[in-house]
Design a protein around this ligand. Sequence first.
Ligand code: SF4
Ligand code: SF4
Length: 380
Amino acid sequence: MEYRKLGGTGRLVSVIGLGCEHLDRKPYEQAKETVDAALSSGVNIFDMFMPGREIRENIAKALGNRRGQVMIQGHIGSTDIKQQYDISRDMPTVKKYFEDILRVFGGYIDFGMMFFIDSEKDYNDVFETDFIKYVEHLKKQGDIGHIGFSSHNPRTAIKVINTGIPEMLMFSINPAFDMLPPDEYVLDHFQKGISSELFRGIDPERAELYKLCEQKQIGITAMKTLGAGKLLSPEHSPFVKPLTAPQCIHYALSRPSVASVLLGCQTSGEVLDAVRYFDSDDSERDYAGILGSVRNDFKGSCVYCSHCQPCPAEIDIASVNKCLDIARLNINDIPPSVRSTYSSLAHNGSECTACGNCENRCPFGVRIIKNMEEAAGLLA
Ligand code: SF4
Ligand code: SF4
């Protein structure tokens, strides 16, 4: 297992985490074997958005005295009033469900997630009501370690981050969603199938969100990384051919600020399949060919795929480009974290010999030599 710092929270999370959704309404024994497999694989972050008492208690019981080995994302405003997943901003209801998850997991939830802030209305219902006061109170009391939120919409997520309140974000990330403009609601496409007609390259507002998160040290946990399996299926993939699980995981982990990909596993076998990501080599993780096959109106933007490697000067080109993209957001106020990431690279832009090998290999027409020069000037 590998671990990454979750932005400014400072918590070290496993790059593959467990989304517990698919264990809902499953027998306790199944939850237990899945939890055991996750822990023995080094997974240390679980998402628990589910409001049902049985699943919460099953996971807590399966953890037993290992609760301290796992960080829990618990969602504030997630309810099941009509026997199905629902969002509530009614404060007595919100408190009842969150107090229940606190009780089940020993009185403490590591990441208190404001649930499902996608629309303008969602934003107003959280930030212009007592909801946000409750969340801040939970943090002040020490019931939650950090304030986070979940969203599927980059425009709204940017607005939430700019309040300065959240420290982390759970966001839906996969190559298909990243090509949809924010006006297209990703969950609709999730249900009915994703049309490649909508693709115009990586959506600029999504790219902006990732860079903003890196700039403000908002750690991201990724959901819907495999697109509910649709991206892996020849029948449902919107691309010329299906992606593989290592390609999808690698894509999400290559976005700026992403610390962990939370995969919805429902058996120990699925957990072991997920962690096989670490056995894959660079060529198995490379997603550039598939992304490069769709219409791309944003040619020239780096998608951090590393298809341009190897570099004879051993520069990690995607990492230099990532630092540069974040620095370009405001070149007069480059975050120290970006400078330190850049200076921690074994080889950096100043070592580029302008051989051009990488530019011949990049499917996205990125002007890499110019980028290396600019990074050396801005970030040295
Ligand atoms: S420069 Fe091109 S090939 Fe290299 S990481 Fe960026 S998009 Fe991929
Ligand atoms: S042009 Fe620079 S970055 Fe690209 S392969 Fe050559 S040395 Fe590496």
